[in-house]
Design a protein. Structure first.
Length: 177
């Protein structure tokens, strides 16, 4: 019976080697998976950031020319390019006496829709009223803008997802839009 035990031990050793190889593969794949997830997360954040920046840009506002060349004698791919200045607070904090006409057009439309509603409204109710299709991306973009308007004092969100005109704003100027 010695040969049967030897055969089982040989098989056990072979399976143990295979298990170790598979564990090494799993470790490598886990590392690759983490790198891929990190890349995906960076791309998602970049996409959200670009969408926010583009949404905040007021196409009717002035475009400021920016010379992107690093030195005067060197030609650049960006030389003479005109870009909108980024980093300016496009949605100002609300202050007494401030009207919605200081807001970019999309934000102004949102504030006017909320102010004209008979009660609290959701983002998905606002999107069609400002002329956008009721798609998930547009609803999420509107929700982001609504949250920004809440942060800056233009709107209130007493119940999560339900937006109303800001009480402080209504109290300061009941006839403002």
């Amino acid at each position: 019976m010695g040969s049967l035990f030897e055969e089982l031990e040989a098989r056990e050793a072979a399976v143990r080697v295979r298990v170790e190889e598979l564990e090494a593969e799993v470790a490598e794949l886990s590392g690759r998976l983490e790198l891929a997830r990190a890349g995906l997360e960076r791309l998602r954040i970049a996409l959200e950031t670009v969408a926010e920046v583009l949404a905040e840009m007021d196409p009717e506002g002035p475009v400021v020319a920016v010379d992107a060349g690093q030195s005067h004698g060197v030609a650049s791919a960006y030389a003479g390019a005109e870009r909108q200045v980024v980093g300016v607070l496009t949605v100002p904090n609300w202050q007494p006496g401030m009207m919605s006409d200081v807001l970019p057009s999309v934000y102004r439309d949102i504030v006017e829709v909320v102010a004209g509603a008979p009660g609290p409204v959701r983002a998905k109710q606002i999107v069609p009223r400002i002329g956008l299709p009721a798609e998930t991306g547009k609803i999420e973009g509107a929700r982001s803008k609504l949250k920004r308007l809440v942060e800056r004092g233009w709107l209130d969100e007493n119940t999560p997802g339900m937006f109303t005109p800001a009480r402080s704003r209504a109290a300061a100027s009941p006839n403002s839009r």
